[in-house]
Design a protein around this ligand. Structure first.
Ligand code: FES
Ligand code: FE2
Length: 428
């Protein structure tokens, strides 16, 4: 349970809010590179942490993220012409480059220097692993660009998608570190989804629905260990990584690709769920890529031309009561991603955390909230750089491993929790 003020503090990320300042300490995924496919292509609307922005790729291939509205009289630059290294507002022709600098005000004599005095708010965009990342904090505190493993492996080894989620970022992220719901909500999918089925670990998941949670602080966030019984008194450990504020990595299954999410606020009532899938040591097969594009695993099918899921709030997520009754899916909603999203959105845009009744399997969530609250306080009061900014904190992996009963997972899985190039993930 959280007090109202604590919940407000963590869920509000607009300009000037403490948690908004924290999100602005990190490089966050802003859009897929495929959304700006070529030089001078149409500009794209991007809303992040309650700021309305426009992304574009100019004639030279430089990308920029600038304030959505023209400095003259506020027209949305989504309507702009992307031409000759800048966005030209179609109303009266003012033009801006990728840094937001106004470079032309056609009505004013060039000698007046008027354009030079006009600059839109702008943020950098860098491309890494098919994703365009932005940093929205003070320029003098800009950290080096991100180095998560899924964006540093060769392109054939990785696949990333995004979908819009109609809930606050925090309840979405809390689903990502809640390993205990897998034995329930996703039980039908463990044996049928092409990106999950066949792993030995699935049987441990399905046969022991009372995992014991052990949560330990990591340099960037938390190791969330969920222990289930394996053979001969040994334990099957699933260790989720959470790196502050919004990176989660699900433990792998067999030789399937490893996956995880970023949960990035659009505003206080919507977020982007970024879903990545990669294999540290092998290329993804055509069948795997086809399944990911078809919305299997943690990905979704879309309404064509959008990143909104085909199954969504307006059609009750296409719930199939017959499948629910027969147990083909536990909730009646198809697909792991929408099983999660449907329930998280059903809580309302911002869940009322003053009314929860948390149990021991919620330990990861409880500790993540406390760690966030602590980091926000340290940042606000002392300017302390929050965990997760340091590139070393990003070199992490989740793990699924069977250990003897007397070996703590932090010891038995120590090596497995670090991302090391060319080293296979620890997976059962
Ligand atoms: S409103 Fe954009 S140029 Fe006038
Ligand atoms: Fe889930």
């Amino acid at each position: 349970m959280l007090k109202r003020e604590q919940s407000d503090l963590l869920t509000q990320t607009g300009p000037g809010t403490p948690m908004g300042r924290m999100f602005r300490s990190y490089w966050i995924p802003a859009l897929l590179a495929e959304e700006l496919p070529e030089n001078d292509c149409p500009p794209v609307r991007v809303k992040l942490v309650s700021e309305r922005l426009i992304a574009f790729r100019d004639t030279e291939g430089r990308c920029g993220l600038v304030d959505e509205f023209c400095a003259h009289r506020g027209v949305s630059l989504w309507f702009a012409r992307n031409e000759q290294c800048g966005l030209r507002c179609p109303y009266h022709g003012w033009k801006y480059d990728v840094t937001g600098q106004c470079v032309d005000v056609p009505s004013e004599p060039e000698a007046s220097g008027f354009a030079k005095k006009i600059k839109l708010q702008s943020y950098p965009l860098v491309e890494r692993g098919g994703v365009l990342w932005t940093y929205m904090g003070p320029p003098e505190q800009q950290p080096p660009p991100p180095e998560w493993e899924f964006i540093t492996v060769p392109p054939r080894q990785t696949f990333t998608s995004k979908r819009i989620q109609e809930s606050n970022w925090l309840q979405a992220m809390e689903g990502g570190i809640d390993s205990s719901h897998v034995s329930w909500l996703h039980r039908g999918d463990l044996n049928s989804d092409p990106l999950f089925k066949g792993a030995k670990g699935n049987q441990y998941n399905l046969s022991d629905a009372r995992p014991v949670f052990e949560v330990v602080e990591s340099p960037g966030g938390l190791y969330i260990g969920a222990r289930r019984n394996a053979e001969e008194g040994r334990y099957y450990w699933r260790i989720t990584q959470w790196v502050m504020p919004a990176f989660t990595m699900i433990p792998p299954r067999g030789n399937h690709s490893v996956h995880g999410h970023f949960w990035i606020p659009i505003d206080d009532e919507n977020c982007w769920t970024w879903s990545f899938d990669y294999h540290p040591v092998r290329e993804l097969t055509d069948a795997e890529l086809a399944a990911m594009r078809d919305g299997k695993g943690i990905h979704v099918r879309y309404i064509p031309g959008t990143y909104r899921p085909l199954a969504n709030k307006d059609n009750d997520y296409l719930i199939d009561r017959a499948a629910q009754k027969a147990g083909r899916t536990f909730s009646g909603v198809e697909g792991i991603a929408m099983q999660d999203a449907s329930l998280q959105e059903s809580m309302g845009p911002i869940v009322d955390r003053t009314k929860e009744n948390l149990v021991s399997t919620d330990n990861g969530i409880i500790m993540a909230r406390h760690r966030l609250l602590r980091a926000v306080k340290a940042l606000t009061q002392n300017g302390t750089v929050p965990p997760g900014v340091d590139l070393a904190h990003q070199k992490v992996r989740s793990a699924a491993i069977v250990l003897p009963p007397d070996v703590p997972f932090t010891e038995g899985a120590r090596e497995a929790l670090v991302a090391r190039p060319e080293v296979a993930p620890a997976s059962v």
